[in-house]
Every structure is written in structure tokens, then in C-alpha cells.
Design a protein around this ligand. Sequence first.
Ligand SMILES: [Zn+2]
Length: 472
Amino acid sequence: MYSRFVKHVSFPFYQWKQGSDYLKRLKTFEQSQWWTPDRLREMQWQRLRKIMDHAYRNVPYYKEVFANLQASPEDIRSFDDFARIPTLTKQTLQSRLDDLMATNVPRANLHRGVTSGSSGLPAYYVQDLAGNRIRKAAGRRLMKMAGYDIGLRIFYFWRASPYTILGEKVVSSAEEITTTPSPLVRLKKAAYERFGVDNPTLRVDPTMLNESQMTTVHRQLQRFRPHMIVSYVSALYRLARFLESENLLDVRPDSVVTSSETLYQHQRSLIEKVFQCPVYNRYGLQETGMVGIECGEREGLHYNQEILHVEYVSRASESRQLVITDLINMGMPLLRYETGDSARPVEGICACGRGLERIGEIEGRIIELLPTRLGGHVNGQLFATFHWIKGIRQYQVIQTKIDAFKIRIASEKSFRDSDLTPMLDTIREKFGQDVEIEIEHVDSIPFTKGGKYKLVVSEVNKTREGNLHSTS
Ligand SMILES: [Zn+2]
């Protein structure tokens, strides 16, 4: 009842009062997702030409790029031509930030964002506000494929950003200074939070959660009764395991959206079993916003094709890297931006009937490819199969040297080192019989600064580390 009131009455009223075109844009995206692939491709091309032209005229970095190519946007006549433009790495984004900003977009119309970055140091990106409004509507359109609607209660099992920008300074969110507002301001804020926001939300930071706190989260969920859960894969998997082991199986959302990490099959199965609803995997980057999500068919992720262009770029010894062009960020055009993630396209039209192209399962962060002495790489997904070893609560495989591994294990009392034999045999088979393996027993596996838990870490190929990033 309340959610219908928010959807049909209060939220549209607030939007109208603010002069927002969000609902109109959402509707437009809900229509264009059903267009034919050709029509969508044509729209994508027109927008690509526009942003290329804009970048060429107004962005110092791209003036250089086109000069080096001895070309202008008129010479780029097809998507294949476009692929001649060099890719943009995260390192370049950080080192040339000022040169990547468009000179003709007023600074007041820009939003500067910050991610936690791979090294734990803040990393910047810039988006123009007009583009962000479009991005929000496009993102919500994706979420609707997974059952989202205005007014529904959403549980975010998600870490708040560790950084906030205050003026020109980046501070940790904990340091942010707040002032006490007047009673009228507080009342307006309370009314807005009740009726003006699109969704009532419950937000819990999963990063440092121990088991007794998970009991508290369960009680909060019983009261809140979420329609939808949005979470990191590993955090929700951990919660699901806890709920299962404690037989607390009364949290029944209509859908679960997982994000930011590879979703392994055993994780999807357990989450679906515990919450008795489908899991939809989502993929995004802070720099470009939400990229794609699974529809009900769950055969690949439909991506926001009206505002993004996606390519799969092969290089020797790597699987195909996802490279993304943002078609609407006029403030800082990102052409052929390297995501550091690998994936393959899904060919053909989805059975759901949407014309939007699909990205296949994100096959894992490129960092999860582990180099071997023979010169090849082994995909870290290999290690996802050992969750079934009895007595293991959590584990993490770290390749410390090309021929040395450390395995961290948080185990039950029943666990014996000999239970690990299948895993050790696999490592030796793939990496050499004389490979060194150290086993370290821990109470729990720590999350990274970005709030994630990495199943497989390679410390060998440090040069690729710059490609790691925080996604949303
Ligand atoms: Zn579909």
C-alpha cells in the first residue's frame, strides 16, 4: 500500500515539484530497450560520433590522440575505424585528469567522484551533471529487469564510500563535518525521506561484520521485509551461509541483485536457496555507472547500449578485455576505457525480446589470471570449485611467486589438512609438481578496502595491478 502510494503519488509529486525529468527519461529507456538491434546500433553510432567530435574539439588529451593518429573524427566512419583509437587506461585517467576534462563545460556543471582505487589511495573521475541524470534513469531501467520498482523496500548490503570530497579536499567519510540543521530543515528532510525518495532503504556495511552482528542484521531484515536485496557477491554469500547454518530462513525478498565481483555458480545456488528468489548479476564501474544486468532469462547481461559502447579487446596471453566508451559524459569523455575485466559477448537476440546487446558472464578480473612457469595463464575460477571441501568456512588462494602459493583457510573443528588434497593436487598439476604451498589458518578472510573478498589473488604480475579498480 505504502509502496503504491510512493510510486503513484508522492514520488511523482516531488519529482514534478523539483522540475525533474527523471520519470520521463525512465519511460524512454523502457521503450528503447525493445528496439531492434539495428536501430539501437544506429543510435549508438550517432552518439559515438557526437562524443568523438566533442572530444576532438574540446578535450586537450583527445586533441593529442587524434593528432598522433593523423586523423580527425571525419575519418572514423565505422565501429571498426573507432577501434583504431588507443584505449584509455586507469593510470592515464589519473595522470592526465585535467587534460581529459572538456574545456567548454563549466566546472559548476561537473561532479567529481572518487573511488577507493586499487592501491587504497583515492582515484578521481569527473562526470557532468546532465549526463548523470540520464545515467540514473538508464540504471534504473536495468534494475527494473531484476524486479526493481519505485516504492519497493531495498536492503543494501553495501559499503559506503570510504572517501568524501569536501571542497578541493578528499577526506575519509568518518571525518566529514556535519552541522546541526534547524527544526524546519529537519522536518522537511524527514518528510522528503518518507515520501520524496524513490525507495525506502535499509543500509548495512558488510565489511567488518562478525557472526553476532549478522544475527542483528537478520532481525533488522525481519522487521524491514525487503522486496529486493542489493549486495556484493561475497558479502551476501557469507550472510546466506550464516542464515542457512542457523536455520534462519524467513527472509523472503522477491529478488536479489549481486554486483562487483564474479558470481560463481555455487554462490548463486546458495543465495537462491536461502532467499527463495532469483539472483540477477549486475556489472558496473564507478566511472561509467551501472553497465549491465541479467534479465529473467539470465543468459548474459543486457547493457545500457543507448549510453555506452562496449568492445572486447584481445591481447596476447589475456582473455578478452571489456573496453567501454561512455557516450554521454561530456564533462570527461572516456573513449575506449579499459575496465581490467574480461568477458565475451553473447551473440543473438535474447529470448526476453529486448534488443539490447548482452555481455556474457564477467569471467573474472584480469588479475585473476595466474601466470605459470610455462608461459601460459590459469584462470582463477579454477579455485572456485573447492567450496565443497568439508570443514572449510572460507578460503583464499594467493599466488605469492610464480612457483609458490599460500592458502588461507578459516576452518571448522572437523577440518584436517589432508582434506585439502584435491586442491593441492590441482595446483601441482597446473603449476608444476615442485610448486611450494604454504597453508595458513586464520579466523576469517579480511575484505579488501573496497569491501570485497577476493577468492584468488596473484601477487606475481604486479604490472597489471593498476588495472584493478573498484566497481559499483
Ligand atoms: Zn533478455
